[in-house]
Design a protein around this ligand. Structure first.
Ligand SMILES: *Cc1c(COP(=O)(O)O)cnc(C)c1O
Length: 398
């Protein structure tokens, strides 16, 4: 970077690495320019359409001029009430739609802004590694200190709270958790959340639970909300999203729910930063949450088929990867003959046009792994596996 660029940028962003997928997009563009026909297991963006009843609700809402003005900062009461109804039906959790629910412009927005609301310079944030990159980078933007909690296969990709050195938790402000988990596909049970709430209360730490994949689960597993734990509302805020559940990533609608003081703190940042989400989108979102949820089981059946194809394919090439119970990510080991995840993913892209994501993009503990998103058809997944086979890209070298 040139000297002048360095002066132009604030310190907080000049230390930030480029957003993971911005880098991968550059490599993909270069491959396409070379004439490579890509099969992308890269970014986790649903490839299927938003269900028609939600799109129809949007059509109706957009024609109504009452939806054209600034929305209330905290979200429309109609949307917040729909969230409260859904929380009750889905998790058996009661939340006050006025004080304990806030509409957010996609959960990513709120996940970033909660750091502005809570983290002072020098505060420790306990952040899993690997994890969704936003927790770490938003901590850095707030000049907090990232303390990584390794997620390891041997502990089913749950943080080992007992392993954290004694002096750390008492100096920590927040702890992030995300189950079903991006990038590992791991899930947790309510017992883990019970342990976490007890830990947070003991050390006076705020729990930020990212539940963006709450609805994307398989094999009869249902994901809990941390708010199901009695007393969780004393210490926790949960971020939920319509993006993955209803194929609505482009619509930008999610919700923060939980402790009223935490919601109010987030609200102070948001009222001074954005002016809410388009009311028509909130109307459609309320319809998504309160009408039949059959679209979710239909989509999960499709993802199950794709997951099974991906796992069977990797197994046929020597991987011992287990099928995940949630998210649309397969997390698998990089063959030992490659020096790094980036070297492996680069080799696979160059040789086959198959896009995989190096695990270390999600934190140092992700080194030695790659992530494959099943957001393409079963047929494409099979083609991708066939390309690996043709180029002899197997787990063990033969
Ligand atoms: C996709 C994703 C989000 C953000 O989704 P939004 O579209 O911003 O609601 C949040 N957390 C994780 C772990 C994700 O993978």
């Amino acid at each position: 970077m040139s000297q002048s660029q360095r002066q132009l940028r604030a310190d907080r962003i000049s230390k930030t690495p480029p957003y993971l997928f911005a880098e991968i997009d550059k490599k993909k563009a270069a491959a396409v320019a070379r004439g490579v026909d890509l099969i992308s297991f890269g970014i986790g963006d649903p490839d299927m359409a938003t269900p028609p009843h939600i799109v129809a609700a949007m059509h109706e809402a957009i024609d109504d001029s009452r939806n054209h003005d600034y929305p209330p900062y905290e979200g429309t009461l109609e949307f917040r009430e729909a969230v409260a109804t859904w929380m009750q039906r889905r998790f058996g959790v009661s939340v006050d739609p006025v004080k304990e629910v806030m509409a957010v412009i996609g959960s990513k927005e709120a996940i970033a802004h909660i750091h502005t609301a809570l983290v002072n310079r020098g505060d420790i944030c306990l952040i899993p590694s690997p994890s969704y990159p936003v927790y770490r980078i938003a901590t850095q933007f707030s000049e907090g200190i990232v303390y990584s909690l390794p997620l390891r296969e041997s502990n089913r990709y749950l943080p080992d709270l007992g392993q954290i050195p004694n002096d750390v938790p008492d100096r920590a402000k927040i702890i992030w958790v995300n189950y079903p988990n991006n990038p590992t596909g791991a899930v947790c049970d309510l017992a883990f959340y019970e342990e976490l709430v007890a830990f947070a209360k003991k050390h006076n730490i705020i729990i930020c639970s990212d539940n963006a994949y709450s609805e994307m689960t398989y094999d009869g597993y249902t994901a809990p909300s941390i708010l199901q734990v009695p007393g969780a509302k004393d210490v926790a805020i949960e971020f939920l999203s319509l993006s993955k559940a209803y194929n609505m990533t482009g619509w930008r609608l999610g919700m923060a729910v939980g402790n009223a003081e935490l919601i109010a703190a987030l609200g102070i940042v948001k009222t001074n930063t954005d002016s809410g989400q388009f009311k028509a989108i909130q109307k459609a979102g309320a319809v998504a949450l309160t009408s039949s949820q059959d679209c979710i089981s239909n989509m999960n059946a499709i993802y199950t088929e794709r997951r099974d194809a991906m796992i069977a394919g990797l197994r046929s090439l020597g991987w011992q990867t287990e099928p995940m119970k949630g998210t649309f990510y397969v997390w698998a080991k990089v063959p030992e003959r490659f020096s790094s995840a980036a070297a492996f993913c680069g080799h696979v892209l160059d040789e086959t046009g198959v896009v995989l994501v190096p695990g270390n993009g999600y934190g140092d503990e992700g080194e030695g792994y790659f992530r494959a998103a099943i957001t393409v058809s079963t047929e494409k997944i099979k083609q991708g596996i066939a390309r690996l086979q043709e180029k002899n890209i197997t787990y063990k070298s033969s």
